[in-house]
Write a protein that binds this ligand. Structure first.
Ligand SMILES: NC(=O)c1ccc[n+]([C@@H]2O[C@H](COP(=O)([O-])OP(=O)(O)OC[C@H]3O[C@@H](n4cnc5c(N)ncnc54)[C@H](O)[C@@H]3O)[C@@H](O)[C@H]2O)c1
Length: 338
């Protein structure tokens, strides 16, 4: 496919490498920081610009990757869709549910495919856990306990993630959106939400560096999530409990430790469960897998895994957690607007 990339920071550069490895042609990249755009352009053999409108209006570009600060995701995604491009918009899908909804409705109106950057669904341990859960291996699903975090880096509070206008939210929106998306992937929609926030280390108020939240489905399943920028040793842990056993995912590779999955089956007579474990060492393949699945969806004219609506639904849950933290109450979630 012919690709345009807007936002040439860490993730834009990663998406560019993945696109090239998949045989796609990057025609043009944009960043308000011309130097950043030039670096990717040199690697990709593409043109570069410091004006994103040149990308969204480029007649030959079929798909735009939007990987800017969160505030710029909405206008760039909307302009791309209006100009007939498919869009991979990085997570979160805008700064809140309203922005996500505008993107989803624009995609629908212009018959283009919008995908949210939910690469975590494509981590092999998470993918395998989803297959096992779906096959009924641990029985009806009851609860999830999930934690995700890192400890930032010197000056983290001065970066755009610490700026309420540019980011739209703190650590809940940043890494927490992946946990919310994964919880929805296993359980479906949540109808009740409650949460509490803390800003304990980083000077980012009114944003949070920690969030604890409980999410409940109509069937009574509960997910407990904790996201943290004071997790001094990087951590990803995602546990799913069912009537007959559990699935436990630890690590995401790299600084998060080797990705592992353990399946435990409860013994009716009690005692230690029967367990089976898998390790997924090696490089992070989630980005490639996500890219291939999105391209297949475009070619087949279907919705991709982790589509715009998934981005919108995750944003609504996060809005509700923020509301709960503010009011101190439980927030009921309706059906949404799409
Ligand atoms: N899928 C994931 O797991 C994952 C991981 C990290 C970040 N992200 C998301 O990717 C996006 C980018 O994050 P990052 O870590 O690459 O940040 P980054 O700071 O490394 O890069 C952002 C880039 O966007 C550029 N930019 C800002 N406003 C722009 C505009 N109006 N037009 C063009 N360029 C603009 C900046 O100059 C910068 O180069 C964010 O939305 C973030 O939430 C996703």
């Amino acid at each position: 496919m012919k690709i345009g990339i807007v936002g040439c920071g860490l993730i834009g550069a990663r998406r560019a490498r993945v696109a090239r490895a998949a045989g796609d042609e990057i025609l043009l990249v944009a960043d308000i920081n011309a130097g950043a755009a030039q670096v990717i352009a040199a690697e990709a053999g593409s043109e570069w610009t410091d004006d994103w409108r040149v990308v969204t209006g480029h007649p030959q570009i079929e798909m735009v990757v939007v990987a800017t600060v969160n505030k710029a995701l909405l206008p760039i995604t909307v302009a791309s869709l209006q100009n007939g491009k498919h869009v991979l918009c990085e997570k979160p899908l805008g700064r809140n549910g309203v922005e996500a909804l505008v993107m989803v409705q624009t995609a629908t109106r212009h018959h283009r495919i919008l995908k949210a950057g939910f690469n975590h669904r494509h981590h092999p341990a998470i993918w395998r856990a989803q297959e096992l859960a779906k096959s009924g291996k641990i029985g009806p699903l009851a609860s999830i306990r999930a934690a995700y975090g890192h400890g930032g880096r010197p000056g983290y509070d001065q970066e755009w993630r610490g700026n309420a206008d540019l980011a739209g939210g703190g650590e809940l929106l940043d890494q927490g959106v992946h946990l919310v998306d994964l919880c929805r992937w296993f359980f479906g929609e949540f109808v009740q939400v409650t949460g509490m926030l803390g800003t304990w280390f980083w000077r980012i108020a009114p944003l949070e560096d920690n969030c604890f939240a409980l999410l409940r489905t109509a069937a009574g399943q509960i997910a407990a999530i904790h996201t943290s920028w004071t997790q001094w040793k990087n951590l990803f842990r995602f546990e799913i409990f069912g009537r007959d056993g559990y699935l436990s995912i630890n690590g995401l590779g790299g600084s998060y430790g080797t990705e592992t999955l353990t399946l435990g089956i409860r013994r009716p007579e009690s005692g230690p469960p029967l367990t089976e474990s898998w390790e997924f060492p090696g490089p992070d393949i989630s980005w490639q897998a996500e890219w291939e699945e999105f391209k297949a969806a475009i070619q087949e004219g279907r919705q991709p895994l982790g589509n715009g609506d998934d981005g919108y639904q995750a944003a609504r849950v996060i809005d509700a957690i923020y509301q709960s933290a503010k009011t101190g109450g439980v927030v009921e979630l309706g059906a949404g607007l799409t």
